[in-house]
Design a protein around this ligand. Structure first.
Ligand code: NAP
Length: 300
């Protein structure tokens, strides 16, 4: 239980509703900023403007998955008012107040560092990334179906990267009957791809591997599908780029060649916001409980 904890949830999308539900179930006192248009009421949660939050008493601040933009603005789907995270605001929080977000950027990292507050990026955690790969894969399958006129079964699929997302993508497309080749740069990944019954290749050889590809799914956050690679792909190829913005594809050249290339960020929040929210809610519940216990340990 999180009894006694005071937590501010600042903005966010439908995923935060699962977080709010979980925190109130765990008996935390929850303040919602940027939720005025939310019709549902949660027992134990109150809507407050940023100015009216009990800042000096907050144990934790939960930001949306994206954190803030480069001006500190927080995305608020359930509000039309502007919520901006500033250094003054953070300076007024207690020293132990922890900030949770999905990812960070220079603004948020510098702000929390200057205010000397701990920032936890949930998406850096292996457990969150692996759980998130499940709705991501379902989104990638949805896109493959929507944007092709052939079955995944029997098609030539290339997956780039055997990280937490790439492995789930490769496994699922293989299970659907695609002929899957996976590009990686580490010999241990090449070995794992073979063990999975898939065809491995080194990403340095990508140009030589793409001549028959129907669907290419990228998970490498680095410019990997270059103009040279695109020049060797059939024009029928569908590229689904899952890597974080700006993706790993030369989109300008893909368009020039008539290759459909789609940057598809944030699929879990689009195809399964409830599941994606539960993934975050469960890990947040655990992390906040650990913080609470640590705090009690220091007091005794
Ligand atoms: P990850 O576990 O770190 O995997 C990334 C993979 O890329 C690693 O296997 C890494 O290989 C490889 N890689 C990095 N730079 C490379 C390079 N220059 N050449 C060859 N391989 C390289 O990350 P993840 O959790 O799978 O996430 C992958 C990307 O997808 C991230 O950008 C993430 O933000 C994004 N993502 C998007 C969605 C969505 O909805 N679109 C959902 C989840 C994640 P090494 O081990 O050799 O470094």
């Amino acid at each position: 239980m999180l009894t006694g904890m005071q937590i501010a949830v600042l903005g966010g999308d439908a995923r935060q509703l699962e977080v709010i539900r979980k925190l109130t179930e765990l008996d935390a006192k929850v303040y919602l900023t940027g939720f005025e248009q939310l019709a549902h009421a949660y027992t134990g949660a109150v809507k407050e403007s940023l100015e009216d939050l009990p800042v000096t008493e907050l144990d934790a601040i939960i930001l949306p998955v994206a954190g803030t933009n480069m001006e500190g603005k927080i995305e608020t789907i359930f509000s039309s008012s502007q919520v901006v995270l500033t250094e003054d605001f953070l300076n007024n929080t207690p020293e132990h107040c922890t900030i949770y977000s999905g990812i960070s950027n220079d603004y948020l990292s510098e702000l929390t560092a200057k205010a000397n507050r701990k920032l936890v990026q949930l998406f850096e955690r292996n457990d969150v990334a692996i759980y998130n790969s499940i709705p991501t894969v379902e989104g990638a399958i949805m896109m493959a179906i929507q944007h092709t006129d052939f079955t995944i079964h029997g098609s030539n699929v290339i997956v780039l990267g055997l990280g937490r997302t790439g492995m789930s993508v490769a496994r699922s497309f293989h299970a659907l009957g695609a002929k899957v080749k996976v590009g990686a740069r580490k010999t241990e990944h090449i070995a794992r791809i073979s063990e999975m019954g898939l065809t491995p290749f080194f990403t340095s050889e990508l140009e030589k591997e793409v001549d028959h590809v129907d669907i290419c799914i990228n998970t490498i956050p680095h410019k990997i599908i270059t103009a040279n690679v695109l020049a060797k792909m059939p024009s029928r190829t569908l590229i689904i780029d899952l890597a974080s913005k700006p993706g790993g594809t030369d989109f300008r050249y893909a368009e020039k060649r008539g290759i459909k290339a789609i940057l598809a960020p944030g699929l879990p929040g689009i195809v399964a916001p409830k599941t994606a929210g539960k993934i975050l809610a469960n890990v947040l519940g655990q992390l906040l409980y650990e913080e609470l216990e640590k705090g009690k340990g220091k007091q005794s």
